[in-house]
Design a binder for this molecule. Sequence first.
Ligand code: CMC
Length: 427
Amino acid sequence: MASKFVTPTLTDQPTDGSLPILEGTLGPAAVDIQTLFARQGILAYDPGFRSTASCKSSITFVDGDNGVLLYRGYPIEELAQHSNFVEVAYLLMNGELPTPNQLRTFQNELLDFNLLHDQVMSFFRGFRRDAHPMAVMVGVVGALSAFYHDVIDLQNPADRHRAAIRLIAKMPMIAAASYTYSVGRPQRYPNNELDYSSNFLQMMFGRPNREHKVDPVLARAFDVILILHADHEQNASTSTVRMAASSGANPFACVAAGIASLWGPAHGGANEAVLKMLSEIGTVENIPKVIARAKDKSSSFRLMGFGHRVYKNFDPRSRVIQQQASQVLTHLGIDDPLLEIAMRLEEIATKDEYFVERKLYPNVDFYSGILLRAMGFPVNMFTAVFALARTAGWVSHWLELQSENHGIDRPRQLYVGSGKRSYPANK
Ligand code: CMC
């Protein structure tokens, strides 16, 4: 229990020791505490950043109470319906939707840089063949920093732009190869006649001994998955990329750090965990038992795909993804019992007092696993797909950070360890 308290009060006029309030375009205002320590010798304590804006950003806005997600001001539902991933990546990076010419140039840049240096392929062969694709991606993307290091001048916007393009362009082949290596299949190259999503799908599922025609319905569904996962403001992985970048680190190394952070089951690894959970539930009759376990405070089990740090009403991405999942399952004629279990689970949990009180609703991961599974993705590739999509967001935040100059991130701490003591003389 704290022994002293501070009561913040809002005033119109600055008073001694008062701190300014910063207003954003949308969302809650923020107390600017940058001078707090210098002026008052006291730190702000906020582990987990529940009340802390770590930066200013103009890329993505989330209104968790109203289920709103905007990329550069555009609602996610509209982008999912009318746009495509490459256009969205351009929007995130540049702030505006591209003109047809700008889009063509951007697409051509992505095509120009979509190959991996042949030496990079030998990195894949260094992994155990049963390595998790995310472990491989962390390693290979980090390794790219060795290929593009001295050639990047962080002060030069053209170099920064090229690094961002390289990351978005190369990630599909990296993600696909992290899977094909594990199943012993030679890696296919990108085909520059295909769009971004179709290209990834042909590299992922194509075989060397037959032509692979990508189903346009699946390519569109996959593109929507990429759009929905492309950015989500200051989540753990994006904040990791920004923090790594604040020291002036190589952008490929920064994105490798982001991939590592994304891998955890509380973040991008959740859709893998959802599918595992739904399979374990097995039948609709077992749902009440699982709900009871999720509510039991003596158990660490949580309903995977439920709850979100920011969304406290609904996750707008989950509605779009549920729709896509139903469409793809119908298109492919798949009757997946897990979809029925998921829908029943959602119905029961969203009426349960425990979940209602805590504002726990299905998040994007709740249905994305079912959709990816229907498309043929093995479970361990789910988070890799998330990483592929989120690369657009990571590089946009990296570019935004580079264009500012706020110095290295260096959080402080509330030290609760031992006081100063002498090394024992008799040791
Ligand atoms: N099942 C059961 N109880 C839950 C759940 C859940 N999924 N999520 C939160 N709670 C409870 C939690 O036990 C706590 O209860 P109490 O107040 O009685 O102690 C309360 O709700 C608040 O939880 P919290 O841990 O303070 O919430 P948070 O904002 O820190 O956590 C979360 C957000 C996403 C990590 C968490 O909801 C969770 O672990 N969900 C399951 C994993 C998941 O689906 N993750 C994907 C997130 S969306 C994709 C992404 O953006 O990366």
